[in-house]
Design a protein around this ligand. Sequence first.
Ligand SMILES: [Fe+2]
Length: 395
Amino acid sequence: MTKKKSQKKRAAPRQAKKTKVRAAKAAPRKSRASQTYDASTQNRIIKLINSSLDIDEVLNLSMDLMENSLNATASSILLHDPDTNELKFYLATGEKKDMLKVIRMPADKGVAGRCFQTGRTLLIPDAAKSPFFYKAVDDKTKFVTKNLIATPLPIKGKRIGVLEVLNKSGGTFTKHDEQRLKNMAQEISVAIENARLYDEVKNAYVQSMLNMAKAERFRDNDTGLHIERCGEYATRLAPELGYEERELENLRVSMMMHDIGKVAIPDSILLKPGRLDEAEMDVMKTHTTKGGQILGQAPLLQLAIEIATCHHEKWDGSGYPQGLKGEVIPLSARLLAIIDVFDALSSKRPYKDPFPPSRVKEILIEGRGTHFDPNILDLFLGRFQEMCAILKNMS
Ligand SMILES: [Fe+2]
């Protein structure tokens, strides 16, 4: 029930994306006459590249436009892996695309390998008669390559891979098609390079925020294992809440930053051995909003921001800082609320010994439907032994 609800809730943006994809796919098919790769097609691709940082979305749409304009049946992007000196299929379209994802080929084999090694664009009108044709890929996928063009993907004087279009409908590719594909390869290379640079910046930014979150824990005489465990509990449970595999690493690091706002809380309050008075508690509560401010408004840290800001909200609306209620509280923050309390109760702190698991369970159940989202709590309690094992292994 939890999974269904959550998936339904999280489906909206993805549906919007699919609609966008369909619209882009449909446009070039309006008429045969429009299926030419002209300046407008290239402009649309450039616009796509500049409008989104989702590299897979950009490349899928670009390849779709390219296939339609060249009347190709399939297309693929192969990237060079310098560690193994192989070409691997980064993206592929056509009926065999899923099988291609796992295929790697030596960087000096086949039409793609020849193209990669020489840096020359190859127009192959009859694949079966080409001395460069590498039949092993067709044998594995049962795809029949009839004709193709392969062109290198250049970045800063180097080649990073190969762009291919295959099997032109109703004929073979022309020299004109070859030139169009070369132009396209330039744009795709830019998109890949931009994505790589974006990832570098993002990773550096996330790492610096993680370091700050860990440093904050040291200040509180904590080894930093609490936040590591929060990341682990969350990624174990997240798939059942509708998170996709590719989202889990972001969820892990975002969970780890949840108390980053405590860096802005004075020692006299954060490290006070006794109970906080009302005024001190008010200051302590600001670690949520301050956490959001520290993480900034960068789109790349949106998940971390919502967790930092909302992890002390309660299901019945009695939490802070905004008193959000029910499913208005972000799913990620509802999950962390349970995880955070479980870990705190189960761990030794300067002011208390760990509670036994049976007592921890009782306290969590007492908060069902008041502090905690009942569906997520049920999921958590159903995996309670596993959560206790994580605690033990990571202490
Ligand atoms: Fe907190």
